[in-house]
Design a protein around this ligand. Structure first.
Ligand code: BG6
Length: 486
């Protein structure tokens, strides 16, 4: 297929996301020869810069986010040659007419990437449409899209009046991770797992996204957002949907998204009375991470000193369908935890009858599948083996698939993959409106309960695995988080 040319218009061109993720991803795509040669990138923001000023800004701020650097790389110079800049005031139609004039000189599809706060999504789309820039165009919306169900509906309604659903790319960068797509390959490319992937054989599933980072320089944004909106409503529920979905009939965008949607619709609704027994929220205090002292959340820049914003969430979730009825899914995410890792743990049921000395230390441990998404993507299947020796003693051993050893090839970073998908018009790794609405609908009662001040976040020391009540949530079901066992 001939690559399409494109004009990539980056709103929020001098923002944090632009420098940390979007521009590095575009550069890596360019360096790998994956960007159509005629494609151009136009930064837009309020600041009064010219193209050279913006290229200087990029040269100052972007290379530190490129692990292999740019020094002496001719690709960097070529990349900068693709870039221009336009100062733009959202309320000035003349500025959008100027943008249109710039774009009229560039061939190919127009991509408008809104790396801005959600409150600017609607005015930006309206201003684009007012000058006819909603034709031959794709618009990329960053998460969180809105603050709750109501505000996300309002944005989706307004944007939906100006752009067709097929033109709207709601980005959830977890879907761009190679490891998350590998989960689809694992489930639907093998016969081994599918027969066991159900309530008869699975006792519980844990999904963790743990971070060592704190609020960093996003304190103000994070304080009005919190972990439930920042990570659960999108990344964690998307992972849950992929783990629990039925096999799609094909990998086309709507088949996959239809199946994810069915899972989201089957989530057991949260009743206010159930909140204390199914949800834990926490907030980090000061502590030590990798030998460095780190401040408490409330002492981070931009955070209000009396903040009760959660930096940690643990949930027990149930899926009301034949495959999963009665199987608890435990979700967990937090900042300033003891390690950076994202992992899915499928705990299988114990053998129905153990012929092997079930009372002794050699009682068989249940099988377990551990899918490590990051860092070091791997899949481990824990099984029982006999320890060498005279007696029948069992040991927990594992089959290990470490993908970096199989594929001696660097993985494509999530944003790079997703930006290429937008340029080439591939929608399957983007979130459809109904998926997103259903996720908000499910989360909303919890937001409301916490918004009413029911319970306050439990403190946890930075550098630990979160508040003790997160362990108690699992203990009620006779289980524990995986790292507590090791
Ligand atoms: C983002 C959140 O969506 O995901 C951040 O807004 C979080 O708060 C980040 O740090 C985590 O992504 P990753 O890819 O580093 O696990």
């Amino acid at each position: 297929m001939k690559p399409e040319s494109f004009a990539f218009v980056l709103f929020g061109a001098t923002g944090d996301l632009a420098k940390r993720k979007i521009l590095p991803a575009l550069f890596e795509a360019h360096r790998a020869g994956l960007l159509p040669a005629d494609g151009r990138i136009v930064g837009v923001a309020r600041g009064q810069l010219d193209a050279d000023g913006y290229r200087n800004w990029i040269s100052t701020h972007v290379p530190e986010h490129l692990p292999s650097g740019v020094a002496g790389d001719p690709a960097w110079i070529e990349f900068l040659a693709r870039i221009s800049y336009l100062p733009l005031d959202l309320s000035a139609k003349s500025d959008f007419l100027a943008l249109k004039a710039v774009l009229d000189d560039i061939d190919g599809v127009r991509v408008f990437y809104l790396a801005t706060g959600p409150s600017l999504f609607v005015p930006t789309c309206q201003a684009l449409a007012a000058v006819g820039l909603n034709v031959n165009a794709r618009v990329v919306l960053e998460k969180p899209l809105g603050h709750d169900l109501h505000s996300s509906d309002a944005i989706n309604d307004a944007v939906g009046e100006l752009f067709e659903e097929q033109q709207i790319y709601r980005i959830d960068h977890y879907l761009g991770k190679e490891s998350v797509q590998n989960l689809l390959a694992l489930r639907f490319g093998n016969v081994l797992f599918e027969p066991l992937w159900r309530r008869e054989w699975v006792s519980n599933i844990q999904i963790t996204i743990a971070e060592e980072l704190g609020a960093e320089d996003r304190g103000e944004f994070y304080d009005s957002t919190g972990a439930l909106r920042d990570m659960v409503q999108n990344h964690l529920l998307q992972l849950l949907a992929i783990v629990a979905m039925e096999p799609p009939h094909s990998m086309d965008s709507d088949s996959v998204r239809d199946e994810k949607l069915r899972v989201l619709r089957a989530l057991k609704p949260i009743k206010p009375a159930d909140v204390p027994s199914m949800a834990v929220r926490g907030q980090y205090r000061d502590g030590v991470i990798r030998g460095q002292s780190v401040p408490a959340y409330v002492d981070e820049k931009g955070v209000t000193p009396a903040s009760i914003t959660e930096t940690f969430v643990a949930l027990k979730v149930e899926i009301e369908n034949w495959r999963w009825a009665g199987v608890p899914f435990f979700l967990r995410t937090g900042k300033r935890l003891a390690g950076r890792m994202a992992e899915i743990v499928v705990n299988f049921r114990p053998v129905p009858h153990s012929a092997i000395d079930a009372t002794g230390s050699s009682a068989p441990a249940p099988n377990r599948l551990v899918i490590r998404l990051q860092p070091n993507e791997s899949i481990r299947l824990y099984a029982q083996a006999k320890k060498p020796g005279e007696r029948m003693n069992l040991a927990n051993v594992y089959l290990d698939l470490a993908f970096d050893q199989f594929f001696r090839q660097a993985q494509m970073e999530a944003y790079q993959r997703l930006l290429l998908d937008v340029i080439h018009g591939r929608l399957s790794l983007f979130v459809r409106r109904d998926e997103q609405e259903t996720a908000w609908k499910w989360v909303d009662p919890l937001l409301k309960a916490w918004g009413r001040g029911e319970g306050t976040p439990k403190p946890y020391a930075a550098g630990t695995w979160g508040p003790a009540s997160a362990s108690a949530l699992l203990a009620q079901h006779g289980t524990c988080w995986l790292e507590e066992e090791n």
